[in-house]
Write a protein that binds this ligand. Structure first.
Ligand code: ADP
Ligand code: ZN
Length: 794
């Protein structure tokens, strides 16, 4: 039951007398109010279903706000019964406000998705209205690309009332409509075609409409979907499954046949034929008349993968960031109308309006990009499992390096099953792994060479054979430290607690910067990767007046070094500075077609790409992810090396992987080099258990921020007090740490503090947050973000 909007009684009362309202519904607003409200529905707006959006006056000022109808609460004023409760009487005391408009003709959210939304709202501690708003793409809400077409049809069955028809043109139009049986909205004909064929003017149509002989209808039509950028041609060839694949498939099929919810974890090395199995499983559910959703990390949603699915399934819808708003809307409508029964998309495709979901696949389930970093801070994989459960569907989690959480679930949950594909298909050998100890590399003017000697030699060889290479450097920009060598002053962001990254501009050249050894470098600017503030680099150190220098790594510097050392090779850089959405898909196509020799970039490159001609992969610095201030740093490093390695030698040509590091003995790097997943897991779990970290315990972070530190400090302490009180009152087993400065203690001039909560079980965490949520906003009010199961601590 929602809360009531209390307002000036008299004004409302007068209003309510004017319109009849026989129904009450519950509204969740998109604005951040963490509760639902009851509203009256004027009879002329009835019926309304949950999942439709409405507009209603909200707050003291009765500002019109958009919200979702989430429930039909009942009749108003309802049958009077002698057993009226005190609650009812209280309700009667206040007048409810009325909704003013219904926005959607049809619900955007069906009942199952509504239930999912309620779960997300509870589990991830986010207002229901905000969850619902996030479930429907903006393009759909705005009706992007939606056009209308005027159609006409015959009004009544006895349309032969020829006496009324004046002139040849009018008779011709009616004859045309009769000929085509256009006698209802469904069979209405395009007005323009009629005008053309009958060669008449709009006047003629207008007269016919006035005489009620024909009717006009505005039909919604969608802009045609321009094809997804074409990649390499992919044949839907029938492959014969190998022994491991057959075993895995029969496990999956048995689960699908059971018609019950369960999860299969498909742990298969890269190129072991996982995608092939996803497609077989989809075929199985389609045969049962159900649909499937496939989630991929955004970046794996290349033309290649999409076309592979497209070659196999006809009724497919795709959702990724390479689509225009209009295309996105078309895809959504295709799913909603049942025209598509297979959906492929990134994280948010888990909310696709597909009815009768029989299978949900989450590929690369360990990917941190499945976690949304704004509210609702949901994890796509975990929502997938929940949706599968609500739909009695099967869920497949695939990965070469399953997350420790998923592995733990295989141990502890009855409905989880684990199957393995330990070998590459066709028994292709795993690529050869080479470690390059950067400590042995000679120093140059910029510090160390980004391309070590062994890597450089190998690059030369493969380029000579017309093969391709992928080089990975997990840091954008040119250099991430701009500093003064004499007094060690480092350029920091004035808004955030981070060092600035130097980005070179391609246009201008100036010469006031030099490297450690005094060489001049090009003109550019220093950029903060958190608030995007830009500054010019000072000519001299503001503290001691000596010249500034820069060290550190960046993908721009890599690109520069490559073009110097391999001037004949065509190099392209992929990172979020150099491209967005559609550009990215274009570069991948060029690479696939062989127009690019070396693809360099950030970890965007590590996932899901399949280029048979790539025989060399270089990880420029395997250490970058190890220095992350996050307990998953080891896991990320292991995953990164294994994933990138999987990009090499995906055909009969043998692949090689160079891993450059200053820490050659670090366990995560060693285990990854030897492709020893089990060894890594065992080692890492020891550490996690000792520290009460996931997957053993649950984690949540409360991040609070404000411009004024004193105010923030007070609010954080109050939050901590409240948590302590709830923990004590409910006897919860929980470790609470903080308030303490967040890893990055200032972003965009906001000071940031965090409180970290650890509980042995999810349910305990839920009780704690339910308790917190029931309390009023902390004063002084500061911005609070709650991150349940965080994947990054920032
Ligand atoms: P993964 O998803 O594990 O990386 P894929 O399913 O993409 O692996 O398979 C890699 C390649 O091998 C694809 O081109 C696929 O068509 C092919 N393939 C998969 N299974 C077989 C098989 N049993 N026999 C021959 N080729 C196969
Ligand atoms: Zn900043």
């Amino acid at each position: 039951m929602g809360r009531f909007q209390i307002d000036s009684l008299f004004a409302e009362e007068k209003n309510n007398q004017e319109t009849q309202c026989n129904h009450v519904l519950q509204v969740a607003f998109q604005s951040a109010a963490d509760t639902e409200f009851d509203y009256l529905v004027p009879d002329q707006l009835w019926p309304i279903q949950p999942g439709q959006r409405i507009e209603a006056p909200f707050g003291r000022k009765n500002k019109l706000e958009v919200g979702f109808c989430v429930d039909i609460t009942g009749q108003w004023p309802g049958p009077s019964t002698p057993l009226r409760s005190a609650q009812d009487d209280k309700k009667r005391k206040f007048k409810l406000k009325k909704i003013s408009k219904v926005i959607d003709k049809e619900p955007l959210i069906d009942l199952q998705l509504m239930e999912l939304a309620r779960w997300i709202s509870g589990y991830y501690v986010c207002p229901l209205g905000q969850v619902l708003a996030a479930m429907v793409p903006g393009a759909v809400k705005k009706g992007a690309g939606l056009r209308t077409q005027t159609c006409i049809y015959l009004a009544a069955s006895d349309n032969g009332t020829t006496e009324q028809l004046k002139g040849k043109k009018q008779r011709q139009v009616v004859a045309l409509l009769q000929e085509q049986n256009a006698s209802s909205v469904g069979s209405a004909l395009d007005l323009h075609e009629i005008l053309d064929t009958a060669d008449c003017g709009r006047d003629c149509i207008k007269k016919l409409a006035e005489k009620q002989i024909i009717k006009l209808h505005q039909k919604a039509i969608f802009a045609a979907l321009p094809a997804i950028p074409k990649g390499m041609f992919i044949k839907a060839e029938a492959v014969v499954l190998n022994e491991d694949q057959r075993k895995a498939l029969s496990h999956i099929n048995a689960r699908i046949d059971s018609g019950k919810f369960c999860v299969t974890v498909l742990h298969g090395v890269t190129d072991s034929g996982k995608t092939e199995l996803y497609m077989r499983a989809i075929e199985a559910v389609l045969q049962k008349g159900r649909g499937a959703i496939v989630l991929l990390p955004e970046i794996a949603l290349t033309a290649q993968t999409v076309q592979r699915f497209g070659a196999r399934f006809k009724k497919i819808a795709v959702m990724h960031s390479g689509l225009t708003a209009a295309q996105r809307n078309v895809q959504w409508q295709k799913i909603k109308s049942g025209e598509a029964n297979v959906v492929i998309g990134a994280r948010s495709a888990i909310f696709a309006p597909l009815s009768n979901v029989g299978l949900i696949v989450v590929d690369e389930e360990h990917e941190p990009s499945y976690k949304q970093d704004t509210a609702p801070r949901y994890h796509g994989r975990d929502v997938a499992i929940k949706r599968a459960q609500l739909a009695d569907a099967h869920c497949i989690l695939g990965s070469a390096t399953p997350s420790l959480e998923t592995l733990a679930n295989c141990q502890s949950k009855k409905y989880f099953g684990l199957v393995r594909l330990p070998k590459r298909v066709m028994n292709l050998p795993m690529p050869e792994m080479k470690l390059v100890d950067l400590r042995d590399e000679p120093l140059t003017h910029n510090g160390v060479n980004l391309i070590s000697e062994p890597l450089g030699e190998r690059l030369k060889e493969i380029l000579a054979k017309n093969e391709q290479a992928i080089l990975l450097l997990n840091r954008r920009g040119y250099s991430n430290f701009v500093f003064c060598p004499s007094c060690k002053y480092t350029l920091h962001c004035r808004n955030c607690d981070v060092t600035l990254t130097f980005h070179k501009s391609d246009f201008a050249r100036s010469s006031h910067l030099r490297t450690v050894t005094g060489k001049h470098i090009d003109y550019g600017y220093a950029l903060c990767h958190y608030c995007l503030a830009q500054t010019l680099v000072p000519q001299t150190c503001p503290l001691c007046g000596k010249g500034m220098a820069m060290i550190g790594l960046g993908s721009q510097r890599l690109e520069e070094e490559l073009s110097k050392k391999f001037p004949q090779a065509c190099v392209a850089r992929i990172d979020s500075d150099s491209m967005t959405g559609r550009d990215y898909y274009r570069v991948l196509k060029d690479f696939g077609d062989g127009r690019i020799d070396i693809l360099a970039g950030t970890q965007m490159l590590a996932k899901g790409l399949h280029f048979p001609n790539v025989t060399l992969v270089g990880i420029i610095s395997a250490d970058t992810s190890l220095y992350l201030p996050d307990f998953r740093a080891n896991e990320r490093t292991f995953q990164l090396i294994s994933q990138v390695a999987g990009r090499a030698g995906r055909s009969a040509k043998k692949g090689m992987v160079f891993v450059q590091t200053f820490l050659p003995n670090q366990p995560a790097i060693q285990f990854a080099l030897h492709a020893d997943f089990d060894g890594f897991v065992k080692e890492e779990l020891k550490h996690r258990r000792a520290c009460n970290l996931p997957p053993f315990w649950r984690l949540a972070a409360i991040i609070m921020r404000d411009m004024h530190f004193d105010k923030l400090d007070v609010a954080c302490k109050r939050m901590r007090e409240r948590i302590d009180i709830i923990v004590e009152r409910d006897g919860l087993k929980a470790l609470v740490r903080g308030p303490m400065p967040a890893v990055i203690s200032r972003i965009q001039r906001f000071h940031r503090m965090q409180i970290i909560i650890q509980t042995p079980e999810a349910a305990v965490m839920q009780r704690l947050f339910a308790g917190l949520r029931a309390q009023p906003t902390i004063r002084p009010a500061v911005k609070v973000a709650i991150d349940v199961d965080p994947v990054n601590l920032l």
